[in-house]
Design a protein around this ligand. Structure first.
Ligand code: F6R
Length: 613
């Protein structure tokens, strides 16, 4: 949940670390710090409460160093304070940590008996104490012995005060990617921090130790057996991880959705010939996902967190409609405690933008252990979920920096459509012709997104009416209900307005008592098969005085007296209306947050990548 970076090379380390921390800030932003070897080979540590910009202001211009480590924190153990900020030092060891050490209290008590007293409330400082207690000049031995004692998840970058210019790194559960380039050796929680130096990187294997110097990175397992880095190349460039003229990353990422969808869909299209006709079908040969994965299934379980789970709710609707087998959607953090029924005819689909979400990873591991088939829909290449899943479907949405997920969500939706169509075709539930027709409809979503982005000004005007709200409801039926859940999380996470998504028909069973003239309702009515029922539900809230924002389709005949604002989506088939509708809800959330003067990209208490359970 934190961002970590280490650099040793020929550049000014403090500058490299600060630049990298600003790229990683989406991972946590309550405090930040760096530790560098300075002129006389001593370690100088500077840390502060607040964002990377506050840390920047604390760094003296004369600080010269070519080797150091940096951290941006999302507090778990111990409140937000300078003491609890990283790096932590004990004896010869200074380290930064991303993850959670579960047995830190027992270790703290044990280490305290030998006279070591922590100064912070963090689990990370205990790791520094432990490694220091085991260090007698041989870093690998100390790290190996410490790893044997630590339970939980960690990525560490470690400086030993008697080894200037060298950084040791190890990870278990938490991500670390690294590269050696002309400027030196660099390691970070995410590729975005490496991009300005190299497009080539490798993922540090779990339980492998990287020893980094300016001249290179050597890898070995915990017993000293050498390992070779498996370099990969990113396909996007530095501009993908910058704002490119937009005020916020979220705004930029909302606008990137047509392009992101095309990257998800286009590489998976093939021309398929049947008799004398060619059809456009989705094909996953290049992803190494065989049709057999979708055959002989008795059920599908989709598990994920937050926005990714909302994409899964849409997946359920599609799979059940097309495959006619039971599909459940489980919150990943609950999945393990439900004693799920899993066997080799169950397909477990995990969905994750980061590919590092601890609860989703744990759900995947459980599914694998139980012998279920596993497929993951992931954005970040080489991430833990991607690596551990039986099969992986990369969304190729490009880096998503804003904490509120936008383009990752719509590309997850596109992934579900492609998978559902292919699975239906593979199971002969869809003819080539039906599949091809739906692929065309899916492709028509891309111009529809371009079109709906033109409604930006209008959504801003609507948002002006929401800035004073304290509570708000999203209502919809079927696909619109799944989308309401996403609209609601988007609004509340960045505007801090309490909102709830309700299945429109359920409102009258209790919750309608909360609807008053002060409670705006965003009503989604894009599905013709439930339109008349949806109109009745809108009437119910309108009769209680609600301010109604209606998101619907052009041909829906709805009395003007039932809404205050109406947004008509570009023409699309019912199944595909959720894509432009999602963009409308993202824009409303974005403008509402901005108009309320909030930090759109980095909302309070949150972090982009949730690597703790
Ligand atoms: C909301 C949001 C979160 C994530 C959730 C899962 O905008 O971004 O709800 O969707 O934390 O993250 P990933 O997809 O990385 O597993």
């Amino acid at each position: 949940m934190c961002g970590i970076i280490g650099f040793t090379g020929v550049k000014n380390a403090a500058k490299v670390l600060l630049e990298g921390l600003s790229e990683l800030e989406y991972r946590g932003y309550d405090s930040a710090g760096i530790a560098c070897f300075t002129g006389d080979n001593t370690i100088t540590t500077i840390k502060t409460v607040g964002k990377v910009a506050s840390l920047n202001a604390c760094i003296p211009p004369e600080l010269e160093s070519s080797c150091g480590i940096g951290h941006t924190r999302w507090a778990t153990h111990g409140g937000v304070s300078k003491q609890n900020a990283h790096p932590h030092t004990c004896g010869k060891v200074t380290l930064i940590h991303n993850g959670i050490i579960e047995n830190y209290l027992a270790l703290r008590d044990e280490l305290s008996q030998s006279g070591r007293q922590p100064v912070s409330q963090t689990d990370s400082e205990i790791a520094a104490m432990l490694i220091d207690s085991l260090y007698q000049g041989d870093a690998l031995t100390a790290i190996r012995e410490a790893a044997a004692r630590l339970t939980g998840a960690y990525a560490f970058c470690i400086l030993f005060s008697d080894q200037p210019g060298t950084i040791y790194c190890i990870r278990k559960g938490s991500p670390l990617v690294a590269c050696h380039c002309e400027s030196g050796s660099i390691i970070a929680s995410d590729m975005v921090a490496l991009l300005r130096y190299s497009k080539d990187y490798f993922v540090l294997e779990e339980n492998h130790v990287a020893r980094m110097t300016a001249d290179g990175i050597s890898l070995c397992d915990l017993y000293g057996n050498p390992a070779v880095p498996d370099y990969q190349t990113v396909t996007w460039d530095t501009s993908s991880a910058q704002k490119n003229g937009f005020k916020h990353y979220m705004e930029k990422e909302i606008h990137e959705q047509p392009e992101a969808l095309s990257r998800t869909i286009m590489p998976r299209l093939i021309k398929y010939q049947e008799n004398d006709t060619y059809y456009t079908l989705p094909d996953f040969a290049a992803d190494n996902i065989p049709d057999t994965l979708f055959r002989g299934l008795s059920r599908i379980i989709i598990t994920a967190c937050g926005t990714a789970m909302h994409a899964g709710m849409m997946g359920k609707i599609l799979f059940e409609r097309l495959l006619r087998i039971p599909v459940t959607v489980d919150i990943a953090s609950e999945f393990r405690y439900q004693n799920p029924i899993l066997d080799q005819n169950t397909l477990v689909i995990t969905v994750s933008q980061s590919g590092e979400t601890a609860d989703t990873l744990a759900a995947l591991r459980l599914a694998k252990t139980a012998g279920a088939r596993t497929l993951s829909i992931v954005n970040v290449k080489g991430s833990s979920i991607a690596r551990e899943s039986g099969y992986v479907f990369y969304t190729h949405a490009g880096p998503e920096i804003a904490v509120a997920s936008t383009k990752a969500y719509t590309s997850q939706l596109a992934a579900f459509y492609l998978i559902a169509f292919r699975a239906a075709f593979a199971n002969k539930k869809f003819s080539a012709q039906e599949c091809s027709l739906n692929m065309e409809r899916l492709l028509s979503v891309i111009p529809a997104l371009h079109k709906i982005l033109e409604a930006k000004e209008y959504t801003q005007e609507i948002s002006r009416h929401l800035t004073k709200a304290t509570d708000l409801f999203f209502i919809g039926r079927s696909m619109d209900y799944a989308l309401s859940c996403e609209g609601s999380i988007k609004l509340k996470e960045i505007s801090y307005i309490h909102s709830e998504a309700y299945a429109a028909g359920e409102l009258k069973h209790g919750t309608l008592s909360l609807v008053t003239a002060d409670v705006p309702v965003i009503a989604l009515a894009t599905q013709h098969d439930v339109l008349s029922k949806m109109i009745s539900n809108i009437k119910e809230v309108r009769a209680r005085g609600a301010f109604v924002i209606l998101v619907t389709v052009k041909d829906a005949v709805i009395e003007e007296s039932l809404y205050d604002y109406r947004i008509d989506l570009p023409d699309s088939d019912d199944w595909f209306a959720v894509f432009p509708a999602a963009v409308v809800l993202q824009l409303i959330a974005y403008h509402t947050s901005y108009l309320r003067g909030l930090d759109v990209d980095q909302p309070r208490n949150l972090a982009k990548s949730v690597t703790v359970e």
